[in-house]
Design a protein around this ligand. Structure first.
Ligand SMILES: *Cc1c(COP(=O)(O)O)cnc(C)c1O
Length: 235
């Protein structure tokens, strides 16, 4: 791995470009989300100066605290499990919520978005591999939740998000990405009168190249940009 976040950013972008080319896709159709959880504002600023504008965080408190000191033109994405009582803190500014996993959460987002006179783009989190340790709805239940979300006037369903199981060999999780993409293909066939629901948030440091080959439109990359995370002794 290269030495500093700026060099790593170039390397990750280059790998995304080459993966996109292998799948006859355009690199510009893949958003690189820099996952900055546990990382200091100085690291975020380094990537910001290198041109990065989309950042992802997992915890509402960490996100809102960092945002106060950072440039206003950063697009913040909520990628972690979201509690309903925290939605109000991010509703005024959040660019996208990747982790909608229940009708109740979607309805809370609707209420808070309406209060802020905005429409909030969201993704439904799908637990494709059915892991106990992960949040998200099952692939079987995703279409029903999608139908519910699409009825909410201040919530815009853009697509789906998943985190593949940990693996040493990303080829092992190619099928997970393929399954999530198939979900969007099936949904768009069914809803041919609606706006396309085709945003796919999938791929992390260990597997983003395979995810891009399988149609990801947003990779969420932390470690490969910022280095290993240190959660500290308290955790
Ligand atoms: C932490 C996290 C990431 C980034 O993981 P890396 O392996 O460090 O790239 C992506 N998505 C979610 C939901 C995360 O919690």
């Amino acid at each position: 791995m290269s030495q500093n976040p700026t060099e790593r950013l170039e390397e990750v972008k280059d790998r995304i470009k080459r993966a996109a080319e292998r799948a006859s896709r355009n690199q510009d159709d893949v958003l690189l989300l820099a996952v900055s959880k546990t990382k200091p504002e100085s690291d975020i600023m380094e990537l910001y100066r290198a041109g990065q504008r989309d950042f992802g965080e997992n915890y509402v408190q960490e996100l809102t605290a960092k945002r106060e000191h950072l440039p206003e033109d950063i697009s913040w994405h909520m990628i972690g499990h979201l509690q309903r009582n925290k939605v109000k803190y991010i509703a005024p500014f959040i660019a996208m919520i990747h982790s909608v996993d229940s009708p109740e959460l979607a309805e809370t987002i609707e209420k808070e978005a309406a209060k802020n006179h905005r429409v909030i783009p969201v993704l439904i989190e799908v637990n494709v591999a059915g892991e106990d340790s992960k949040f998200g709805v099952s692939p079987e239940n995703a279409p029903a939740l999608a139908d519910t979300v699409m009825k909410l006037p201040h919530v815009l369903l853009k697509g789906f998000m998943t985190s593949a199981p940990m693996t040493d060999n990303p080829e092992n999780v190619r099928c997970v990405f393929r399954q999530l993409r198939q979900l969007t293909v099936d949904m768009n066939l069914k809803n041919n009168n609606n706006e396309k629901v085709d945003f796919l948030s999938m791929g992390m440091s260990g597997d983003y190249e395979v995810a891009v080959e399988e149609g990801s439109t947003c990779v969420r990359v932390g470690t490969a940009l910022f280095g290993e995370r240190d959660y500290g002794p308290a955790n």
